[in-house]
Design a protein around this ligand. Structure first.
Ligand SMILES: Nc1ncnc2c1ncn2[C@@H]1O[C@H](COP(=O)(O)OP(=O)(O)OP(=O)(O)O)[C@@H](O)[C@H]1O
Ligand SMILES: [Mg+2]
Length: 453
């Protein structure tokens, strides 16, 4: 009997060693989600000492934001193995695989979860970005993540944009926002207003593309009483007047009819306006933010945009990078939208690692809006709690020749090989590749040989 106990103790000690020796985080819970054991890797992912983690319930840790979502909880609810990507409190991402262990009656007894760090992939993605930014040596001394009224970014390019936004917001200058559709121009216009001294005053938006010519004029500049039959006898105040003291945002400024461009230029320069049919000039104290996704220079060439107005509004241009130029933000945005829509629709949908991998390689022509709309659709339509790659529209799915189960190492190799080969094709020299990627020539030569096959 004593011998049996001794053997069991020894086995237990051996298992404990294996547990601790693993590169992966391992976490074991009971059927209620209470943590029975974790190894140090797993505890350090959570940023907590092992002793503090043991005995806690995964739901409480999720509630505290230590990680989200909890894979063990999903397993307990569904009774099936689950793979998902989890966000940690500090902003890192983990790839989690969880599976149930059943007792002899087929009821869940334990749930075991294996976790590993996804940040290495993110890091490689970041290196690609930095490579593309190489010509642009300009670096700003700024905190790791810039948080501004709900907009923050991990991308150097976007951080630079947000930094400009921050500075311009305070100095009250007029601003032109440039960027592809859905990149966040409207969002940034609101942020500028929020960060300015005008934040408690009105913020009015008008989309110059959405209204017929005659209405835009009235909307913007108002009219005097008695101008139109059926019109308000007291006249109507235009947006410039109602936004007085605050900010007016003229979206799609490129669509403003050319004769109104002259009138707008006058308002911008003189800070006063004359309502349609009126005689007196009205003094204005209003900040003017404009935005467009059109190429205004080309429009000038084509005689569709006034050059003098162009020069007046481009004094402080801010370009919002396309989402494909700041891939580091994709996972954060996806996570943010997922949480938002889960809450809105009372669902608990999460995304499989392959889905996120597809997101990272897709080109997002519709930018943040496209990502947001897609996630809303996935949340609403998903029959299961974990969205799989096959649930995505076909054009978004990463190349179909990719095997089903890639290890982290394989994913990293894939990313690395595409960078190395792309550079080698361009430079045709291992020395130049080494220089560009900041690695030694021998390393570059070895990798080129490896990936050329
Ligand atoms: N950084 C961000 N964080 C969260 N949501 C964002 C962010 N940027 C944009 N969005 C969301 O993405 C959608 C598109 O953004 P927005 O309307 O600002 O784009 P836009 O550049 O003005 O597009 P358009 O040229 O079509 O007017 C909106 O729903 C917006 O709330
Ligand atoms: Mg917009």
């Amino acid at each position: 009997m004593d011998e049996k106990v001794r053997q069991l103790e020894q086995l237990n000690a051996e298992l404990e060693t294996i547990f601790e020796y693993s590169f992966e985080g391992i976490l074991l819970t009971d059927a209620d989600g209470t943590i029975i054991n974790v190894n140090n890797v797993s505890a350090s992912f959570m940023g907590l000492p092992k002793e503090e983690v043991i005995g806690q319930n995964v739901r409480d840790l999720e509630k505290r934001g230590i990680f989200s979502p909890s894979a063990a909880e999903r397993v307990i609810e569904e009774g099936n193995p689950v793979e998902l990507v989890q966000k940690l409190l500090g902003g890192r991402y983990l790839y989690v695989r969880s599976k149930p262990i059943f007792d002899e009656n087929g009821k869940i007894k334990r749930v075991i979860s294996f976790t590993r760090d996804l940040s290495e992939i993110m890091l490689l993605k970041k290196q690609i970005e930095e490579m593309e930014d190489e010509l642009n040596k300009y670096r700003l001394d700024f905190p790791q993540q810039i948080q501004m009224k709900g907009i923050y970014s991990r991308s150097e390019k976007m951080k630079k944009t947000l930094n400009h936004v921050h500075k311009l917001a305070r100095v009250d200058s007029d601003v032109l926002l440039l960027g592809e559709t859905g990149a966040g121009k409207t969002e940034i216009a609101k942020v500028i207003h929020q960060l300015s001294r005008r934040k408690d005053k009105p913020f009015h938006m008008i989309n110059c593309a959405a209204l017929p010519e005659s209405l835009i004029e009235i909307e913007l500049f108002g009219y005097k009483g008695g101008m139109f039959t059926g019109g308000d006898p007291g006249g109507k105040k235009g947006l410039f007047e109602t936004a007085n003291g605050g900010t007016i945002f003229l979206d799609e400024i490129g669509e403003l009819p050319i004769h109104l461009q002259a009138k707008l230029l006058h308002v911008i320069q003189e800070r006063q306006l004359r309502p349609v049919g009126g005689t007196e000039q009205l003094k204005l104290d209003v900040r003017i933010i404009t935005a467009t996704n059109r190429n205004l220079r080309e429009m000038i060439q084509a005689g569709l945009f006034r050059e003098d107005l162009y020069h007046r509004i481009t004094i402080f241009p801010i370009t919002i990078p396309a989402l494909r130029e700041r891939k580091e933000d994709i996972l954060d945005l996806a996570h943010q939208f997922l949480q938002g829509f889960n809450k809105l629709y009372h669902k608990q949908v999460s995304l499989s690692p392959k889905v996120l991998e597809s997101f990272l390689s897709y080109s997002w022509e519709g930018n943040v809006r496209e990502l947001k709309n897609l996630i809303e659709r996935l949340v609403v339509l998903s029959d299961y709690n974990v969205v799989q790659e096959s649930d995505l529209p076909e054009y978004i799915q990463a190349s179909s020749d990719v095997p089903d189960h890639l290890t982290l190492k394989e994913i990293i190799d894939k990313v690395e090989s595409s960078i190395i080969l792309k550079e080698y094709e361009r430079e045709k020299s291992s020395y130049k590749v080494a220089e560009k990627l900041g690695i030694s020539q021998t390393a570059a030569a070895r990798k080129i040989k490896k990936y050329l096959g």
